[in-house]
Write a protein that binds this ligand. Structure first.
Ligand code: GLN
Length: 277
């Protein structure tokens, strides 16, 4: 099978499974499996692939056809220009979340930063890498997620503390900044998500209970014990949750509450400043 034939076969298979960017996924997976660059693929269209490569390619196309996310197949996702390992134990870092990092960054240099529900560690580790924290603590309920975050910290050569904890449960100390992208999808809406998310991403990273707000309530209520007066909070939200999350912060000692939009123009981050009790 030549490169051209392989790409044609894969595109057809993926299109048949209703995958939107079939040609791009086909190309990307062949680059991975054959160890070729995009340019090499282009110029080597008539090159014959080794039988082993063809077999591996068929296997990954089969996985993608079953709607497994590309990122779990290749094992990485770029976020804030950095490469993060991902596995089915963690949510795949989203571009929307880069907005939160950009907003928090100016407040993080030499700061003590706490990331609740750290997952792959993408938020905390990119803040640490790009701004230089005084210290960083990332917590998650999932041991498996923390192992991924730990590997990412090692790969990026940043030193942070990663703790197994149900939100603040095992957290100690006072912080300058709290960041979080907690699970925020209403339990009843998970069934309607695209198969890549619904069937492959960890449910515990998605499920925000009946109204999607469960984690925001707990974070808003607990944050005052862990933030210094004047400390800042940045919460990623679902695009319909701005009002409720803003009220939760207001009721719990925060001021300068602001809602920021993502690049699609949707409400995406709520931030606030802790005024103390
Ligand atoms: N903080 C991680 C991320 O933004 C994980 C989020 C989550 O598990 N809900 O990708």
């Amino acid at each position: 099978m030549t490169v051209r034939e392989a790409l044609g076969y894969a595109k057809e298979e993926l299109e048949g499974a209703g995958i939107f960017e079939a040609a791009m996924d086909a190309k990307y997976l062949l680059m991975e499996v054959a160890g070729l660059s995009s340019a090499e693929l282009f110029f080597a269209a008539e090159r014959k692939l080794e039988e082993g490569t063809v077999q591996k390619y068929r296997a990954v196309i089969e996985r993608r056809r079953a709607r497994e996310p590309l990122q779990y197949i290749v094992g990485t996702q770029e976020f804030m220009g950095l490469s993060f390992l991902v596995s089915p134990a963690v949510l795949i870092p989203r571009q929307d979340t880069e907005r939160l990092v950009e907003l928090a960054l100016p407040h993080c240099s030499c700061a003590r930063v706490l990331d609740l529900c750290t997952g792959s560690g993408c938020i905390l580790l990119s803040l640490a890498k790009l701004s230089g924290l005084k210290s960083g603590v990332g917590v998650d309920l999932s041991k498996e997620a923390l192992l991924v975050a730990k590997k990412n910290a090692e790969r990026l050569l940043v030193s942070v503390e990663l703790i197994e904890s149900d939100l603040f449960e095992n957290v100690q100390g006072i912080f300058d900044v709290i960041v979080s992208n907690p699970p925020y999808i209403c339990a009843g809406e998970i069934g309607g998500l695209m198969p890549e998310v619904r069937d492959f991403e960890p449910r515990m990273a998605l499920d925000g209970d009946v109204d999607g707000l469960c984690f925001y309530r707990r974070i808003a209520e607990g944050a005052g014990l862990y933030l210094r007066t004047g400390g800042r909070i940045f919460l990623e939200i679902g695009c319909t949750q701005a009002k409720e999350v803003s009220s939760l912060l207001e009721e719990n000692g925060f001021e300068e509450i602001d809602v920021k939009k993502d690049y699609a123009g949707l409400d995406r981050v709520v931030c606030g400043c802790y005024r103390g009790e």
